[in-house]
Design a protein around this ligand. Structure first.
Ligand code: CP
Length: 302
């Protein structure tokens, strides 16, 4: 069985194939008739143990555009609250003749664990602070669309790197595509292993912006921090918040990204998030074509 559990399992050729497939699907979903019959014999379950807006809805839309049958499972309104385990939950869903599982889970490695117990395609839609592979694919696809080849581009990821699955998957994906990657944030939110990954580390936002072509602004993940963190949100905004005055003081333009959800006025001001240099909603749009491509390619290997 083939899965997409992390960018770590893909090589550059795999990523380029996903992009070329997504190019075709993007053209399809911009037509008046947005649907193709590619997955009409496939049933997919979206199994979410953690909240989501963009990922869950774009997976569902991608499945519908591919003519798959779809069921949606939200742990908070399920029998998980009565003590049913992850493996039992998914085995019961598969007993209903489901072929593919899209899973978001708060624990790192949940997808790998599940893959040892079931026989169905699994797509990781985010596992704790580990990986969020389809997010990284849609992010790199959006860079390619706006700026051309990802190779040689300088990308800084700013913010809460420590608790971010988006950061790790983006780092792995961008490096495989030949981009240079820097992380920027307070020492408390940057894990020590960043340098082992070949990533540049910078604690000064202005210097990071002077270096990069693209800035990907992350949210502080308060839900993953069980201790009082430093800096406070107010201090964080003063030191790492992206605002128009800071961007205007640079002698170049930078492409602005954000995976969402945005905390407007914390990591990014509204005028920057909504500016012509922001590709935030293009990222969301591209999420549908990328997820169509991933599911289509995995389903070919049944
Ligand atoms: N970017 C992202 O994963 O957003 P959601 O948590 O809303 O799915």
């Amino acid at each position: 069985t083939r899965n997409l559990l992390g960018i770590k399992d893909l090589n550059e050729k795999d990523i380029q194939l996903i992009f070329e497939t997504a190019d075709n699907f993007k053209e399809v979903i911009n037509r008046p008739i947005k649907k193709v019959p590619s997955l009409r014999d496939v049933t997919v379950a979206n199994v979410f143990f953690e909240n989501s807006t963009r990922t869950r809805l774009s997976f569902e839309l991608a499945q519908k555009r591919l003519s798959a049958d779809v069921i949606n499972f939200s742990a908070s309104s399920s029998s998980v609250s009565k003590g049913e385990t992850l493996v039992d939950t998914v085995k019961n869903i598969l007993a209903m003749k489901v072929d593919m599982i899209v899973m978001r889970h708060p624990y790192p490695g949940a997808g790998v664990f599940l893959s040892r117990h079931i026989h169905a395609n699994i797509i990781n839609a985010g596992d704790g602070a580990n990986e969020h592979p389809t997010q990284a694919l849609l992010d790199a696809f959006s860079i390619r669309e706006r700026l051309g080849d990802v190779s040689g581009k300088k990308v800084v990821i700013v913010g809460d790197i420590l608790h971010s699955r988006v950061a790790l998957s983006n780092i792995l994906c961008l490096q495989k595509l030949g981009a240079e990657v820097m992380v920027c944030g307070p020492t408390t939110l940057i894990p020590r292993y960043m340098e082992d990954l070949g990533v540049l580390v910078e604690h000064n936002l202005r210097k990071a912006l002077e270096w990069c072509d693209i800035a990907n602004m992350l949210r502080i993940q308060l839900e993953r921090q069980d201790i009082k963190y430093f800096p406070s949100l107010r201090e964080y905004t003063m030191m790492y918040g992206l605002n128009r005055a800071l961007l205007d003081s640079l002698d170049k333009t930078i492409t602005i990204m954000h995976p969402g959800p945005i905390n407007r006025g914390v990591e990014i001001t509204s005028d920057v998030a909504d500016s012509e240099h922001s590709i935030i909603l293009e990222q969301v749009e591209n999420g549908v074509a990328i997820r169509m491509a991933v599911m289509y390619l995995l389903a070919q290997k049944h």
